[in-house]
Ligand binder design. Structure first.
Ligand SMILES: Nc1ncnc2c1ncn2[C@@H]1O[C@H](COP(=O)(O)OP(=O)(O)OP(=O)(O)O)[C@@H](O)[C@H]1O
Length: 705
C-alpha cells in the first residue's frame, strides 16, 4: 500500500481514478505512525544525552561545585532567617501537632513566646540606644577632648612650653588620620574580595552538607550510610516482614513521633509509637533485618522499649563503624588519684562520654566469653580503686592467672588457683565479709550519727571502716563446687545485701553466667552488670537480668574477637542499658609493654605516704599477733584473744569471728585446749607453732639453695 501511494504507477497516471468525496485516510495514518516512533526516538536520544553527559567528569565537576555554592547559599539564608525569626519554632510545632504530641507542642509554643519576648526587648533596647547615641557621643567627645586638653596643659606646665597644650589632641588627630589612610588602602581589596569570600563560605557549607545531586557527588565519598531519619525508619520498618505492621502501613498508619530524630552522641535517636498489634519485641525479633535496612551492623542498632513508655519504640542508631575507632587512654594512666566514694573511670560510652564505675554502694558482675575483655576492665577498676589510699583490695582468682600479679604489692590478698585450698580461701573470705558487714553495720550506727551510709570522713576516722573492694574472678568455680558452693552462694547474697552502705564492693567475674554457675540472687542484687560478648540468650539474661534479650538488650550481638573490650551494661547510667568500650591499661609481656606496674607504683607511693592512720602495708602474721596478745600470759580465753586481736589490728581482725581464730589455731596444730570447760589459747603451743614454722622456712630455704 505504501508503495502504491508513494510511487504511483504509469497506468494510474494514465487512467484517472474516480473522484471520491470521502476524506483521504491513508496519508494521515502514515503521518501519525511516522511521528510516534520518531518522537520516542527523539526523547530517548535526549535522555541519553542527559544521562551520558553525567558521566563526563568536567560536567559532574561543574554541576557539583555549582550545586555546592547554590545549596550552601540556600542553607546560609535559611539559617539566617531561622535565627532571626520563629521559623524553627513554627516547624517544630507543626511536627508536634502532626504527631499528636501535645507536650512537645506546648514546649515549643512556650519557647516561641520566650523568643519573641526576648527579641522585642532587644529591639527596644537598640532603639533606645540609637536615640541616646548622639547625646552620649557628644558628651563622650567632649569628655575625651577635655581630657586631652588637660593632659596638654599638664605637659605644657611640665615642659614650660605653651605649644604642648595641643600636643595630645594633635597626636590623636594624627592617629585618626593614619587609621583612615589604612582603611582607605584596605577597603578596596576587601570590597572586591567580599563576594569571593561569600562564595567560598557558601561553597564550604554546601560541600559539608553535600548539597549536590547524588550523581554529581564523587563516587568514593565513603558516605554510604543513610541518616536514620523518620523516612528511613519508616521505610526500614516497612521491610521487616511483620504482617501486622505491613497491614497498618497499608491502611495509612502514620506514627506518632514521640521524639523526632535527633543527633545523640555518635548516632541518632528517635522514639515512635508503634501501631496496634505490633510490639517492640516483634521488631526486636527482626533486629538483624532492621539493622540491614538502616545500613548498620546489628550492634549499631538498638531498638528498645523505654520502661515508662509502653508501646513506644526507642531507636538509637549508631554511626557506621563508631564501634571501631580507638578508645582513649585510661585517664589515670599517668597521673591522678581517686576517691572510692566518687567512683573511677573505666570506659567510654558508645556516644563517647566517660563512664565512671561506681564503687561505693555498688556491686559488679562481669561476664563474657574467653578473651572478651573481662579481666582488663576489672584491672582498670582495681587500679582506679587503689589510687585511693584508703581502699583495701583483695583478689581471689579461681584459676591459674597472672593478670592480677602486678597489683600484688597493693593487694591485701591475692589468691590464685582452683584447688580446694584456694576455693576454701575464697569461701573464708566470704565468711569474713559476712561478719564484717555486720560489724561495720554496728560501727556505722555508733559512729555515723545522722549518716545512714559510710562516708569518707567516717572511713578516715576509723580504720575498721576503710572501704574495701573484693574481686572473685572465675567465681563460677566456687559457686559450682559441690562442697563449698551452697555456703558460698548464701554468704555472697548475705554480704551483698548489707555491703552497700558499709563501703564493701564485691566484683564477680565469670565466663559462665548461667543460673547454675551464678546464683540468681547474686545477679539480682548486683547494681553494675557488664556483659561482654556472650554466646547465647541464657548467658545474656544471666548477666543483664531476665527478659533483657527479648527486650533487645543483647550482648550476643557483640562479635567475639572483634568487639573485644566492648560490653552491654546495665546500671551504669539511668538508661535501660549502655554500651561501653572499656579503657585498656595494657600489659603484654611478649611485646614488653607494662602500663599496669607504674600505676601500682603510684598507688603504693600514695598508700605509704597516705594518712598517718592508714594501716601499714605489711603481710599480717596471725600467729605473731596472737602471741603478742597473749604477752606473758601462759593461757587466755579464746574470746579474750579475739578481742585483743581486734584491738591490735582492727582492719585485719575487725571482721573475725571465733571460727576464723579457730581455723588459724587448727592450721598451726594448736589443737583443743580447755581449762575449766572453757576454750583457751596456750602461749606455749603458739610459740611452738611459730618455731616450727620458722624451721620449715629454713628447710625450704636450704633446699632451694
Ligand atoms: N579494652 C580493650 N581494648 C583492646 N584490647 C583489649 C581490651 N580488653 C582486652 N583486650 C585484649 O584482649 C585480651 C584478653 O583480655 P582479657 O584477659 O581481659 O579477657 P578475658 O575475658 O578476661 O579473658 P579470659 O576469660 O581468657 O581471662 C587482652 O590481652 C588484650 O589483648
Amino acid at each position: 500500500m505504501t508503495d502504491i501511494t508513494s510511487r504511483p504507477s504509469i497506468e494510474a497516471e494514465k487512467t484517472p481514478e474516480p473522484v471520491s468525496l470521502a476524506k483521504p485516510e491513508q496519508p494521515v495514518d502514515q503521518a501519525e505512525r511516522a511521528s510516534g516512533p520518531r518522537r520516542r526516538v527523539r526523547i530517548d536520544s535526549l535522555r541519553r544525552v542527559f544521562i551520558d553527559v553525567r558521566q563526563k567528569p568536567t560536567y559532574r565537576f561543574t554541576v557539583r561545585h555549582g550545586a555546592y555554592v547554590w545549596g550552601g547559599a540556600r542553607i546560609l539564608t535559611r539559617r539566617g532567617w531561622e535565627a532571626r525569626t520563629t521559623a524553627v519554632h513554627a516547624r517544630m510545632m507543626r511536627i508536634a501537632e502532626a504527631s499528636g504530641n501535645e507536650e512537645l507542642l506546648r514546649t515549643w509554643e512556650q519557647r516561641a513566646y520566650a523568643y519573641r519576648f526576648a527579641r522585642h526587648k532587644r529591639r527596644m533596647d537598640l532603639l533606645q540606644m540609637a536615640m541616646n547615641a548622639p547625646r552620649a557621643m557628644a558628651s563622650a567627645a567632649m569628655g575625651f577632648g577635655g581630657l586631652l586638653l588637660m593632659l596638654g596643659i599638664m605637659l605644657a606646665v611640665y615642659n614650660h612650653d605653651v605649644r604642648d597644650v595641643l600636643a595630645p589632641t594633635n597626636a590623636v588627630i594624627e592617629f585618626v588620620g593614619w587609621v583612615a589612610f589604612l582603611a582607605g588602602v584596605i577597603w578596596e581589596p576587601l570590597l572586591y574580595s567580599l563576594p569571593v569570600l561569600a562564595l567560598g563560605g557558601a561553597w564550604a557549607v554546601g560541600k559539608n552538607q553535600k548539597t549536590a545531586p547524588t550523581w554529581a557527588l564523587p563516587a568514593d565519598t565513603g558516605e554510604q550510610g543513610v541518616i536514620p531519619d523518620e523516612n528511613a525508619i519508616l521505610r526500614a520498618l516497612g521491610k521487616l516482614s511483620i504482617p501486622q505492621l505491613n497491614a497498618a502501613i497499608k491502611e495509612g498508619w502514620q506514627p506518632r513521633w514521640v521524639q523526632p530524630t535527633t543527633r545523640l552522641g555518635n548516632g541518632y535517636h528517635t522514639q515512635l509509637q508503634l501501631p496496634m498489634g505490633v510490639t517492640v519485641e516483634m521488631v526486636n525479633a527482626k533486629k538483624n533485618v532492621l539493622a540491614h535496612n538502616l545500613m548498620r551492623k546489628p550492634v549499631e542498632t538498638w531498638p528498645t522499649e523505654p520502661p515508662n513508655m509502653p508501646g513506644v519504640l526507642d531507636l538509637w542508631v549508631a554511626d557506621q563503624g563508631s564501634l571501631n575507632g580507638p578508645v582513649p587512654d585510661w585517664p589515670l594512666l599517668h597521673e591522678g588519684t581517686t576517691d572510692y566514694f566518687k567512683g573511677v573511670p573505666v570506659a567510654v560510652s558508645q556516644r563517647g562520654e566517660p563512664i565512671i564505675g561506681k564503687l561505693m554502694a555498688a556491686n559488679w558482675i562481669v561476664g563474657g566469653i574467653m578473651g572478651s575483655g573481662k579481666t582488663s576492665i576489672v584491672v582498670s577498676l582495681l587500679l582506679g580503686a587503689i589510687l585511693d589510699p584508703l581502699v583495701i583490695a583483695e583478689v581471689y582468682v579461681m584459676a591459674a592467672n597472672v593478670d592480677y600479679d602486678p597489683l600484688r604489692p597493693r593487694l591485701r590478698n591475692l589468691v590464685k588457683g582452683d584447688d580446694p585450698e584456694e576455693l576454701r580461701a575464697a569461701l573464708d573470705a566470704l565468711r569474713g565479709l559476712a561478719n564484717e558487714v555486720t560489724e561495720r553495720g554496728k560501727l556505722l550506727e555508733e559512729l555515723g550519727g545522722e549518716s545512714t551510709k559510710l562516708t569518707r570522713e567516717l572511713a578516715l576516722k576509723d580504720p575498721r571502716m576503710r572501704p574495701k573492694v573484693v574481686v572473685f574472678d572465675e567465681c563460677h568455680e566456687l559457686f559450682m563446687n559441690k562442697e563449698y558452693g551452697k555456703e558460698a552462694a548464701e554468704l555472697a547474697i548475705r554480704v551483698m545485701k548489707k555491703a552497700r552502705k558499709v563501703g564493701i564492693t564485691l566484683i564477680w567475674v565469670t565466663v559462665s553466667p548461667t543460673a547454675d554457675s551464678i546464683p540468681r540472687d547474686v545477679t539480682r542484687n548486683t547494681s553494675h552488670r557488664v556483659a561482654f560478648a556472650v554466646g547465647d540468650q541464657v548467658a545474656n539474661d544471666g548477666l543483664l537480668g531476665s527478659g533483657k534479650y527479648k527486650a533487645g538488650i543483647r550482648a550476643t550481638e557483640l562479635v567475639p574477637g572483634q568487639d573485644v573490650g566492648t560490653a552491654v551494661t546495665y546500671g551504669f547510667t539511668s538508661k535501660p542499658f549502655e554500651i561501653i568500650r572499656s579503657h585498656y591499661v595494657q600489659r603484654d609481656a611478649e611485646r614488653g609493654i607494662d602500663e599496669v606496674t607504674p600505676v601500682v607504683e603510684r598507688a603504693m607511693a600514695l598508700y605509704e605516704g597516705g594518712p598517718a592512720d592508714a594501716p601499714a602495708f605489711a603481710p599480717v602474721d596471725h600467729l605473731a599477733d596472737i602471741a603478742a596478745v597473749l604477752g606473758h600470759e601462759t593461757k587466755m580465753l579464746t574470746l579474750d584473744v579475739l578481742r585483743g586481736l581486734q584491738d591490735r589490728n582492727a582492719v585485719e581482725y575487725g571482721s573475725w569471728s571465733f571460727r576464723d581464730l579457730r581455723s588459724v589455731l587448727d592450721d598451726a596444730g594448736h589443737g583443743e585446749y580447755k581449762t575449766g570447760g572453757k576454750m583457751h589459747v596456750s602461749l606455749d603451743r603458739i610459740l611452738d607453732a611459730i618455731a616450727a614454722r620458722e624451721d620449715d622456712l629454713d628447710d625450704e630455704g636450704g633446699t632451694e639453695e
